[in-house]
Design a binder for this molecule. Structure first.
Ligand SMILES: *[C@@H]1O[C@H](CO)[C@@H](O)[C@H](O)[C@H]1NC(C)=O
Ligand SMILES: CC(=O)N[C@H]1CO[C@H](CO)[C@@H](O)[C@@H]1O
Ligand SMILES: [Cu+2]
Length: 299
């Protein structure tokens, strides 16, 4: 009832119409920038595996969780060094800034062994986590929201990683409708690398996971209402950051207690925003609503 009234507020229709969903538009590895192929367009040489749809991957066991929707091998490989920054610039379906603002960003790597990653089938690869980012401050905005201005997400290649052929997989999990099972939106993207240097760091066997395989649709960080209890510690899905990764202090937050799910009022208003995601208007609404709901819903 309340949510229906809120959703019909004129404010909502004044929001700019922006295309939701999206893809990895470009990546900067060290100082070199590579532009991704437009989803489902004719491919040209790049290091980013091309997907065929800007819609999110849905379902934790979806095969496309591996590298994105029907991801294809890319022809090129980026040269990188340990300690390099890899900057991932995500864009929406119209090539503007990324629109979703709630949910974690995680980065994995896998070894392609002795072969170039341009011919490596990653579908049964073993991945290790090198980074995870949640909210910037407890209860505050998510690091993902910094990309709404067009800024990239920044990841550091582990400073001691052993040289070799690797795929680096950056993943956004948009949680604006994740209080319903199956609502989480996964956006994975894979970039093919050849890492130099003389490092010796490798993950241990028990830090390796399959993707899909590492997540369940009912994981506390995947089936979660991020609006009803923003102060709850977020529980990152998947493994901890591999121990050899220096400065992985964020890994400690994954052992924090689970976020609670769903107050019914907020849940119903947010599931209405599920439809709005398809109508390309989910950009600002969830946070606006949750602020309003805070004042209406007894704590
Ligand atoms: C990545 O780095 C740029 C430049 O320092 C910064 O503007 C941006 O906010 C960073 N992105 C995130 C998600 O922190
Ligand atoms: C530098 C640092 O924080 N290292 C930690 C990385 O994570 C593992 C557990 O996943 C810790 O044991 C390390 O101390
Ligand atoms: Cu979307």
């Amino acid at each position: 009832m309340i949510s229906a009234i809120l959703l019909s507020l004129p404010l909502v229709s004044l929001l700019p119409v922006v295309s939701a969903h999206g893809w990895l538009g470009s990546v900067t590895v060290g100082t070199q920038t590579f532009v991704g192929n437009v989803p489902n367009a004719s491919p040209t040489g790049t290091v980013i595996r091309q997907i065929d749809d800007v819609d999110p991957v849905k379902g934790a066991s979806n095969a496309f969780l591996n590298c994105g929707q029907n991801a294809q091998l890319a022809s090129d490989v980026a040269e990188a060094n340990p300690g390099d920054t890899v900057a991932f610039t995500w864009v929406n379906g119209d090539d503007g800034p990324w629109v979703h603002n709630a949910g974690p960003m995680q980065t994995y790597m896998t070894s392609c062994g002795s072969q170039s990653c341009s011919s490596f089938d990653s579908s049964t690869a073993s991945w290790f986590k090198i980074q995870e980012q949640g909210r910037i401050t407890p209860g505050g905005d998510w690091a993902m929201s910094l990309m709404n201005t067009g800024a990239p997400a920044n990841v550091t290649i582990p400073s001691n990683i052993a040289p070799g052929n690797y795929i680096i997989r950056h993943e956004l999990i948009a949680l604006q409708i994740a209080q319903t099972e199956g609502g989480a939106e996964f956006y994975p993207a894979c970039v093919q690398l050849k890492v130099g240097g003389t490092g010796t760091g490798t993950p241990s066997e028990d830090e390796l996971v399959q993707l899909p395989g590492a997540y369940s649709d009912t994981d506390p960080g995947i089936l979660v209402d991020v609006y009803s209890n923003p102060d709850a510690a977020y529980v990152f899905p998947g493994p901890a950051v591999a121990a050899f990764v220096a400065g992985n202090s964020t890994a400690t937050s994954s052992s924090a207690s689970s976020a609670t799910t769903s107050s019914s009022a907020v849940a119903s208003s947010s599931s209405a925003s599920s439809a709005s995601c398809k109508k390309r208007r989910d950009v600002v609404r969830p946070r606006t609503l949750s602020r309003v709901m805070k004042n209406l819903v007894p704590q």
